[in-house]
Design a protein around this ligand. Structure first.
Ligand code: ADP
Ligand code: NI
Length: 207
């Protein structure tokens, strides 16, 4: 095993330990899928595959929903990187990507490096398509939201999983950075639109 492969294995192990007991919308397997897509996109786009994959494995360790303090969590990731990486520039780049992705900068934060754009795209791809739909319903369930409320008898306004499609899922397509991710996002968008049509038809007793 090369030194780089060994560091990737250690990062996987770190993610596995970290995500024990988290909800299915934020778990080890989300990180796993992001790493798979980070490699795929990096190869297609000619980016540094190792930096993209390593950052993907670490990208949610400092997520604000999963930590008491984001700043502390970022320092922890930095300490971890300093144990295994010698190049300070690489460490800075990885930390910069993770911070920009996880520091509540919203969905429009622009990434300064190609590797950052790729990891952000890989993370966003996992929020759309069949898996994105599954994650949205899982997350909605975890926070006590309902599937859908077309018009409640008392006009009560509560956020639902279906509303999340309009708040986020259907918007992600136009926020992709790389051409490879744009192509995949277009396919997943069509799938989500057809999913919604089926959902409404079933809801209304038409199919
Ligand atoms: P990310 O991990 O990509 O930063 P979030 O932490 O905001 O995204 O959300 C994790 C997952 O849960 C995503 O798939 C997202 O679409 C979904 N999600 C976030 N907020 C809601 C919500 N209010 N209702 C349903 N799904 C949600
Ligand atoms: Ni993520």
């Amino acid at each position: 095993m090369t030194e780089k492969q060994d560091i990737i294995e250690k990062a996987k192990q770190k993610a596995w330990e970290f995500f024990k007991g988290t909800d299915p919308a934020h778990d080890y397997w989300h990180t796993h899928r992001v790493a798979v897509w980070a490699v795929e996109l990096a190869e297609e786009e000619g980016a540094d595959v190792y930096i993209c994959e390593l950052t993907a494995w670490l990208h949610d360790l400092a997520d604000k929903k999963l930590n008491h303090s984001e700043a502390e969590a970022i320092n922890h990731v930095k300490d971890w990187l300093q144990t295994y990486l010698e190049d300070d520039k690489e460490i800075e780049q990885i930390i910069d990507i993770i911070k920009t992705m996880s520091y509540g900068n919203g969905d429009n934060s622009s990434m300064s490096t190609l590797e950052g754009k790729i990891v952000q795209d890989a993370d966003r791809l996992d929020a759309i398509g069949a898996i994105g739909i599954a994650r949205a319903f899982a997350y909605a369930g975890a926070i006590g939201e309902q599937l859908h409320i077309p018009a409640s008898p008392d006009q009560e306004k509560r956020h639902t999983a279906i509303e999340h499609f309009y708040d986020k899922l259907l918007r992600l397509k136009s926020l992709m950075n790389t051409n490879t991710a744009i192509d995949i996002a277009n396919k997943r968008q069509r799938y989500m639109v057809s999913y919604l049509e089926q959902f409404y038809s079933e809801w209304e007793g038409k199919l």
